[in-house]
Design a protein around this ligand. Sequence first.
Ligand SMILES: Cc1cc2nc3c(=O)[nH]c(=O)nc-3n(C[C@H](O)[C@H](O)[C@H](O)COP(=O)(O)OP(=O)(O)OC[C@H]3O[C@@H](n4cnc5c(N)ncnc54)[C@H](O)[C@@H]3O)c2cc1C
Ligand code: FES
Length: 277
Amino acid sequence: MSASEPRPRTLAPFGRRLAEVTANEGRGPYRLISALDRNGPDDPRPGQFYMLATAAGWGGVSGERPYLPRAFSFCRVRNGSDVRPTLDFLLEAIGPGTARLGAVEPGEEMWLTGPLGVGFTPPNGRPILVGGGIGVAPILCLHDELGTSVSVLLGFRSGAHAAVAALFPGEPAVVTDDGSVGRRALVTELLREELGAGDDATVYACGPPAMLEGVRAICAEREVPAQLALESGMACGFGACYGCVVPTRRGFLRLCVDGPVLDAADLESAIGPGAGH
Ligand SMILES: Cc1cc2nc3c(=O)[nH]c(=O)nc-3n(C[C@H](O)[C@H](O)[C@H](O)COP(=O)(O)OP(=O)(O)OC[C@H]3O[C@@H](n4cnc5c(N)ncnc54)[C@H](O)[C@@H]3O)c2cc1C
Ligand code: FES
């Protein structure tokens, strides 16, 4: 497949703003955090992300981590009359930033910058949504946008992690590494079964690098377009630090302004410098 045309970049609202945490619930090993972004746009694109930091207890003394804000995809936006717009984030605690954010209390304030980056674009054919682990976050809001009739394929390490599948309306197909929920399989196996050769489908995926590389390779083989939400370490989130650069067929791109969603056709591999953890 040939490399795609660059997508227009996003103009995010200037500066950071305070959002009020309204809920923090456990979903298996993950935290589902809701924040009222009173002064933010109510229509972020699925696949876009926000830089988050707590207003209190974020670093504080010299050398204390976390110092920089951390990048998170929103997993849902809700626009009811009194909750407008409430953003939901799904977190996995893997270090100091995610541990602190995972411990926020309702009523606390969070610094938030965004929505940032380029999200998913509308499908050309039937959409197939593929999520792995914490990568289900942007897949959930895309599912909210596309409706329940789309195919959703989800893979998790264990049954405990698979608890977040309940956030998806309808009946997503779920597999786990240990077979405790659904079949013992990788989610890429479900995609192989779902996709026929030359299928009139558009595949959307987010998950660990090995999963994304599997999705990229399957879609290249079947000549099906795919949009992959990638990750890399991000220090600023808006194009200033060049910390998030990834190699593509279009040259080196900054994932925070040219992604995080890239066309699979632009990538030799989804594994490489900048690949998520
Ligand atoms: C666009 C984008 C969207 C994201 N969405 C989510 C989300 O919805 N939910 C979620 O839980 N996480 C998400 N992440 C990942 C999240 O930003 C990191 O887990 C977080 O920054 C880790 O911070 P920490 O202080 O907890 O851990 P750190 O101490 O900063 O990191 C712990 C370990 O993970 C590695 N690491 C951290 N972040 C990354 C990364 N992005 N890529 C590769 N390695 C990394 C570090 O090198 C270190 O080894 C997203 C990242 C990006 C770039
Ligand atoms: S995170 Fe700073 S340029 Fe992308």
